[in-house]
Design a protein around this ligand. Structure first.
Ligand SMILES: C[S@@+](CC[C@H](N)C(=O)[O-])C[C@H]1O[C@@H](n2cnc3c(N)ncnc32)[C@H](O)[C@@H]1O
Length: 259
């Protein structure tokens, strides 16, 4: 196997199902293996799903669904759901369709679309999920208003994000933009205070903000390993690690309820 084939295989094992950080209940238990990381990335989805209070028979929308890793877990655990995955990238949608097979009476579909222009009628879903992707969306406030529109009354919006701890989000985002470096694709970060405003402006109440920063840190050794042959990928991962370890940015799970 050539070096490139080896790297591709490793990337597939690490991010081929879930494209997000891992969660370790006990970060000291992480052993740096790919299998351990795969379990941890499932655990991160499960941690978010625990906030979502899904009940059999409901309608669940996952925005920015990637390859359908979280939908696959929902499909295993619940019955008679209508589950829709939306992603901006048609290639990811095609792959999700190939990888996820509906079971337990669930009705699953994957649709190409933009988080800020959701192709659904008002009041269609009980839960909207967005796992580690909101920082790519063109406008968080707009996404909140779209989530509000498609949710039924009392429905939940549950998401995870890298949240800025300090009060100068624009300074951070401007420096990122000025550097011209595509940081894992284009991203915009915001503070918890900004989330409070998005919630208020769009008639959501905040149900829970869970700080799981320390429990995601064992992600870094494995991602650095995957990017060991890409100077830029490795460097960006080191910067991200520093921001999370210095607590400048903290990994949080957030749950909102449509009032
Ligand atoms: C870090 S990945 C997370 C994927 C998935 N949620 C997971 O946890 O495996 C971010 C995802 O957001 C998607 N994305 C970016 N911009 C989007 C947008 N405007 N609307 C919908 N999806 C978007 C990307 O294509 C990518 O799949």
């Amino acid at each position: 196997m050539s070096e490139i084939e080896k790297q591709n295989k490793e990337m597939e094992q690490v991010f081929g199902e879930h494209i997000h950080w891992g969660y370790w209940e006990n970060p000291n238990s992480a052993n740096g293996s790919i299998e351990d990381f795969q379990n941890a990335s499932k655990a991160l989805s499960k941690k978010l799903l625990a906030l979502a209070n899904i009940v059999d028979g409901q309608a669940v929308l996952e925005v920015g669904c990637g390859f359908g890793g979280t939908i696959s877990l929902i499909n295993e655990e619940f019955h008679d759901l209508k589950i829709v995955g939306v992603n901006i990238d048609q290639r990811q949608i095609d792959r999700a369709k190939q990888k996820v097979f509906q079971k337990n009476g669930n009705d699953i579909s994957f649709i190409q679309g933009d988080a800020c222009k959701l192709p659904f009628n008002d009041n269609s879903f009980d839960i909207v999920l967005a796992v580690e992707c909101i920082f790519h969306f063109p406008d968080r406030n707009h996404f909140f208003s779209e989530a509000y529109r498609v949710l039924k009354g009392g429905g939940q919006l549950v998401l995870s994000d890298f949240v800025l701890s300090f009060d100068f989000p624009n300074l951070f985002n401007m420096s990122l933009k000025k550097s011209g470096i595509p940081f894992y694709g284009n991203i915009q970060l915001c503070t918890c205070e900004a989330y409070e405003s998005f919630a208020k402006e769009n008639y959501f109440e905040i149900e829970e903000i869970e700080d799981i920063n320390e429990s995601t840190l064992p992600t870094y050794p494995i991602v650095k390993k995957v990017f060991s042959k890409s100077k830029m990928g490795y460097l960006l991962t080191q910067v991200a690690e520093w921001t999370q370890k210095s607590k400048m940015i903290r990994y949080k799970n957030l749950a909102f309820k449509k009032i």
